[in-house]
Ligand binder design. Structure first.
Ligand code: HEM
Ligand code: 2DC
Length: 455
């Protein structure tokens, strides 16, 4: 017999007390570890109420499958209140990220054709390849200038620029020139605003932003300033024929305001996500020199087989792709995936009514020994064939509401790794063990210092 909803274990009876405890545990920074702890305490399903968010949390791939089957025609994830509050406050349109219902679907269908369809991918491979080559040139220059035949640095700022150059070249069809020595202060400001926007979101997740606004709190003011900087950037504004924009305008199906809103979200969503994933990947390759050599061998061979044709080359690098999946397993960008279920479902023999917010603990699942053999080990080969992959590779989400930037992100990251592996050896300095902190997305808790040496 199926057990009722209110028998699901967990702490959901005292939401204010829970919020206080959460805050005391430094929960704003440790959300991912608190989720792991809760699964260890309550088992594979638990209910929770913190502040105004009430949810059911799950961890098993089989349960994720049930969840996504019940997401309905207009999949809805947890509403990030500070983001919608900003737009409401400034009277700006929601883009595809924040829209819902039919409005979301119609915009998404059109955007899919421009940024995520396999056909369009062919168009942006050459653009991304060029950005990758420029990055290599830049690193060589840095190495030469050091006079030590190596370059030791925290690569994150460089990777932010690489990611922004990549995403804007795809969206606008033209280069911003961020791989040069001179960095436009406007570009640096845009990058800083995105980081500030993420950082100021997490403390406001559980307290109504409306309230914080009325109290004139600093975090709300910083958040507004960050979004203002993101929306007011004029990147690509002086370009003649912005590529994706041009075809969206030609299609004449979306209003200018809708296009602007979604393109701004794509630009903002395309910087920290891929750059941090690449940083984690380089970190793992530096920690596993033998694995790094295996990947290099694969890339060298793929270059031969495809005679340098990048489109073709991308079909011959399964281990590189496995490495990226492995990075997202251990260091996911999103701590959880969530849906408001469209129909009643049964998970772990509990009844869950339609309308409930159900969260899959992505970080917790990636480290669960019941889901992945030896989860603590970074093993790209596990994605080749040996282990089942059923609902286990969910770093970009799932279904029609999955990451819109997924194809751009994957292609951009694969091309980056190809170029880096072909040109440099990555080493790590001392014995540092970087962990994740929650700043809305999961980011390294300390600077990751790497050394790049020419091959
Ligand atoms: C949504 C992850 C890169 C734009 C999402 C979601 C995840 C995610 C988990 C939610 C999906 C769901 O609910 O099923 C990632 C990861 C990235 C990445 C891991 C890189 C490693 C990007 C890039 C862009 C982007 C490069 C823009 C070019 C978006 C947008 C949405 C989204 C617009 C909302 C889509 C919608 O609501 O219809 N992403 N993302 N992301 N992402 Fe990404
Ligand atoms: C954060 O509890 C934790 O891809 C919350 O590119 C639940 C939650 C809801 C939505 C998630 C968010 C988390 C993490 C960041 C995500 C976001 C959906 C899209 C966004 C995963 C897990 C992200 C980073 C987008 C951001 C685009 C934006 C900058 C315009």
């Amino acid at each position: 017999i199926v057990r009722p909803f209110n028998e699901i274990p967990g702490l959901w009876k005292n939401s204010v007390g829970n919020l206080y405890n959460f805050w005391k545990q430094d929960g704003f920074k440790n959300l991912h570890r608190i989720m792991v702890h809760n699964f260890n305490t309550f088992g594979p399903i638990y209910r929770e109420k913190i502040g105004y968010y009430e949810s059911v949390n799950i961890i098993k791939p089989e349960d994720a499958a049930i969840l996504f089957k019940a997401e309905g025609h207009y999949p809805k994830r947890l509403n990030v209140e500070p983001w919608t509050a900003y737009r409401d406050y400034r009277n700006r349109k929601y883009g595809v990220l924040l829209k819902s219902g039919e409005d979301w679907r119609s915009n998404r269908v059109i955007l899919n054709k421009e940024v995520i369809s396999p056909k369009i991918q062919e168009n942006f491979v050459p653009l991304l390849e060029e950005v990758g080559q420029d990055f290599v040139v830049r690193v060589h220059k840095k190495i030469n200038r050091s006079g030590q035949n190596k370059w030791t640095t925290d690569l994150s700022q460089e990777l932010f620029k690489y990611a922004l150059e990549s995403v804007s070249s795809v969206l606008y069809g033209e280069r911003l020139g961020l791989m040069l020595d001179y960095i436009d202060p406007e570009v640096q400001h845009f990058i800083d605003c995105i980081t500030l926007m993420f950082k100021t979101t997490s403390p406001m997740l559980y307290i109504p932003p409306e309230l914080l606004r009325k109290l004139g709190s600093k975090v709300w003011r910083d958040h507004v300033e960050a979004w203002d900087g993101i929306f007011n950037q004029g990147l690509g504004a002086n370009k003649e024929v912005p590529r994706v924009l041009a075809s969206l305008l030609l299609l004449d199906k979306l209003s200018i305001e809708d296009i602007k809103a979604s393109v701004t979200e794509l630009m903002a969503g395309g910087v920290d996500t891929t750059s941090i994933t690449l940083l984690w990947t380089l970190y793992e390759l530096a920690r596993h020199p033998n694995l790094q050599e295996e990947l290099r061998a694969e890339v060298v061979k793929a270059r031969e087989t495809s005679q340098g044709n990048m489109q073709e080359m991308l079909k011959h690098i399964p281990l590189v792709k496995g490495a990226l999946k492995e990075t997202l397993r251990l260091h996911p960008v999103a701590v959880s995936l969530q849906r408001y279920v469209a129909e009643d479902i049964i998970i772990q023999n509990y009844h869950i009514p339609a309308g409930t917010l159900v969260q899959l603990g992505l970080y917790a699942m990636g480290r669960d020994p019941k889901v992945f053999l030896r989860p603590e080990q970074y093993l790209p080969t596990r994605w080749l064939r040996t282990e089942t992959q059923y609902f286990r590779s969910l770093g970009f989400g799932f279904g029609p509401r999955q990451c819109l930037g997924r194809r751009i992100a994957e292609t951009e990251m694969q091309i980056f790794l190809i170029h880096m592996l072909e040109n440099f050896k990555v080493e790590k300095q001392r014995h540092i063990e970087a962990k994740s902190v929650f700043e809305l997305i999961l980011v390294p808790d300390q600077p990751i210092i790497l050394t790049l040496k020419p091959l």
